[in-house]
Ligand binder design. Structure first.
Ligand code: ADP
Ligand code: ZN
Length: 603
């Protein structure tokens, strides 16, 4: 449930726009409308009127003559002719020579046209616009109207609020946060002892792991209002606006205390301030305001700030020092047990038939975040509907993992026979190299159905459980497996194809990490040659060595990959008959399971 806050529209904004419209109106529309009431007559009539002395005022312009009748009731205009005696004749007719006839003629109309109507029009437009904005954002978040107001939505306690039980896995984080819930329930207990709660808690972890959900769950469990705002919403176009928003947010929060303020993506404002000459003034001011606000309230006033980020390394140290965000709760990617639990939570919302083995699905989706798992379950349900079934099956789940990993099946991709044969050999090459090395994850499935992601086929390997540390031999085996596809092409066709580009990239990355980060090269040993970039976003690493060393590293990396490539070639030559047999089988079937594969390989 959201409670909407009506933004106050600053009047100066209205005035500014009104002035602008007025100016346009006076410049363009006014003359046009004034001209409208001027009667256009021919020069002959003008001369007749002059002769009849029926002329009041006259204004001779270069391209027209504007004049009135004697009674000055009507305004006329006519084109000028080369008429040298005109001025004399007009003078004799008693005409008054004046400029600005049109404007002077109708002061009432004039005011009406240039002031009242435009203002009226403007107010109608303004009314309409602000109403529309309100409808669209459901809360008047239009920047120009709500400048300086925080966009925090109040998430009022409600029966449908998220509870800890909705967040699967993440037991450590929940345990950590349940203390906050306890405190919000009964602050007195803590005050008595004199213990003060941390003011801010930083939820740190990769995207989609349920940080927002956890924050909402804390609010739901403790039954307090929940303010949520994204850090990027503070970053405004004008310097000082973001700071004003921070001030406003805390004002609102203090009024509603006890409550929870959740700032998502706090790195948008909390980025490390460094001494760069061209700093970002707006961001710094906003951050400073946030720090000031956090210092300003006592630990026990019941406002609890939760913030989320997936780039903790980029946060300003001032933000993470004691007294501010002094508690850090890691929200990591779920482990096997966590994945299974998340799948089960989300599967409750869709119909599944009894056949689904969640443990297996969890094992297949190693490395997936909570959001991705939720997506997998939803994809499975969609697939079941598409097939006209009433419940999602295990096959739906498996397919949707592949969809999430590799994209949809590309039904109409037309590969030539030779291409498909090459892909079959390539995938079987990966699988055989994996199977022939001890300690490799077992092959779960091999397919050569093209996917929308561009993959023409893939070999899925599934670990039995979670892996926390990996040995040097295992990394080497992994690299060998990655080179297995290309090695098979070389063994069978004697050529190379572009199909191995992705394998090459991954193998190189692994080999480079072995040298630069894991200290697994004989040459450098345990020396850190690179520092990791954004840890949770899989960012680039930064080199930390001299250019000469870089050259050495490159040499080491290619030596590692080359050695494993040779090993793969050897394995495949030794299993040449099986390679042919399995590839033929895969070519015909398009998809084979790990069991089928092992049966043929060992049979
Ligand atoms: P974050 O804030 O860490 O990026 P969210 O909290 O927005 O991630 O999670 C996105 C979605 O992923 C949630 O709405 C939920 O459906 C799903 N999800 C993520 N983690 C979990 C979890 N631990 N348990 C259940 N659902 C989860
Ligand atoms: Zn490959």
């Amino acid at each position: 449930m959201h409670e909407v806050q009506e933004p106050k529209k600053p009047l100066y904004y209205y005035y500014g726009v009104a002035l602008l419209i007025l100016m346009c109106f006076n410049l363009l529309a006014m003359p046009y409308m004034a001209e409208k009431q001027v009667k256009n007559i021919d020069y002959g009539t003008f001369m007749t009127m002059t002769d009849d002395k029926d002329i009041g005022r006259v204004e001779i312009q270069s391209n027209q003559i504007i004049f009135t009748d004697k009674a000055e009731k009507n305004i006329y205009k006519t084109g000028p002719l080369n008429d040298p005696g005109l001025v004399v004749r007009l003078h004799e007719a008693g005409a008054k020579f004046e400029g600005q006839i049109i404007k002077q003629m109708s002061p009432v109309l004039n005011i009406l046209l240039s002031w009242i109507i435009p203002i009226g029009i403007f107010f109608l437009i303004g009314q309409y616009m602000s109403k529309k904005m309100m409808d669209r954002t459901g809360g008047g978040n239009f920047m120009a109207f709500g400048m300086g107001k925080s966009n925090a939505k109040i998430y009022v306690k409600s029966s449908e609020g998220i509870k800890f039980s909705d967040v699967a896995g993440e037991d450590e984080a929940k345990e950590n946060l349940s203390e906050i819930v306890e405190y919000l329930h009964d602050p007195g207990k803590y005050k008595e002892i004199g213990a003060s709660m941390p003011k801010g808690i930083l939820l740190v972890g990769p995207p989609g792991t349920g940080k927002t959900m956890l924050a909402k769950a804390v609010a739901g469990e403790s039954n307090v209002p929940f303010f949520s705002i994204s850090g990027s919403e503070f970053v405004e176009m004008f310097v000082g606006m973001g700071a004003a928003k921070v001030r406003d947010l805390f004002k609102q929060a203090k009024e509603k205390a006890p409550c929870i303020v959740f700032i998502d993506e706090i790195d948008a404002i909390g980025q490390r301030r460094d001494g760069r000459a061209m700093g970002n003034d707006e961001r710094e001011q906003t951050l400073n305001q946030l720090l000031t606000e956090m210092d300003g309230f006592e630990g026990n006033n019941g406002v609890m700030i939760l913030a989320a980020t997936n780039r903790p390394e980029s946060l300003d140290p001032a933000l993470t020092r004691p007294g501010r965000f002094d508690r850090r709760v890691p929200v990591e990617l779920p482990d096997l047990k966590g994945r299974e639990a998340i799948l089960r939570v989300h599967a409750k919302r869709v119909k599944t038939d009894g056949s689904v083995d969640f443990n297996k699905i969890a094992r297949m989706s190693s490395g997936a975040s909570g959001a991705e798992l939720a997506n997998i379950v939803n994809e499975a349900a969609l697939r079941a509907v598409r097939a006209g079934r009433t419940a999602a099956t295990e096959a739906d789940m498996e397919e949707s993992i592949e969809v999430v990993i590799a994209g949809y099946q590309k039904k109409n991709a037309i590969l030539t026979e030779q291409e498909r044969r090459t892909v079959a050999y390539h995938e079987i090459g990966h699988a055989i190299v994996a199977a022939e090395q001890s300690g490799s994850a077992p092959v779960e499935k091999i397919t050569i159905i093209p996917r929308t992601s561009g993959a023409l086929g893939y070999t899925m390997q599934v670990e039995e459980g979670d892996r926390y540390i990996v040995t040097r031999e295992e990394l080497e085996n992994k690299i060998a497996t990655l080179t297995g596809g290309r090695a098979a092409e070389e063994t069978v066709f004697g050529t190379m194809s572009t199909g191995a580009a992705n394998d090459i990239e991954q193998a190189t990355k692994l080999a480079r990490a072995m040298v630069t980060r894991y200290g697994m090269s004989d040459e450098f040993g345990m020396v850190a040659l690179e520092t990791e970039g954004a840890r949770y976003l899989g960012g680039e690493s930064y080199a930390q060595c001299s250019p000469e060393t870089q050259t050495e590293i490159d040499r080491e990396v290619s030596a590692i990959v080359k050695a494993q490539h040779e090993k793969a070639l050897k394995i495949l030559s030794a299993n040449r008959a099986k390679l042919d047999e399995l590839s033929q089988y895969l070519y015909e079937k398009e998809t084979i399971t790990g069991e089928e594969f092992m049966k043929i390989l060992k049979g």
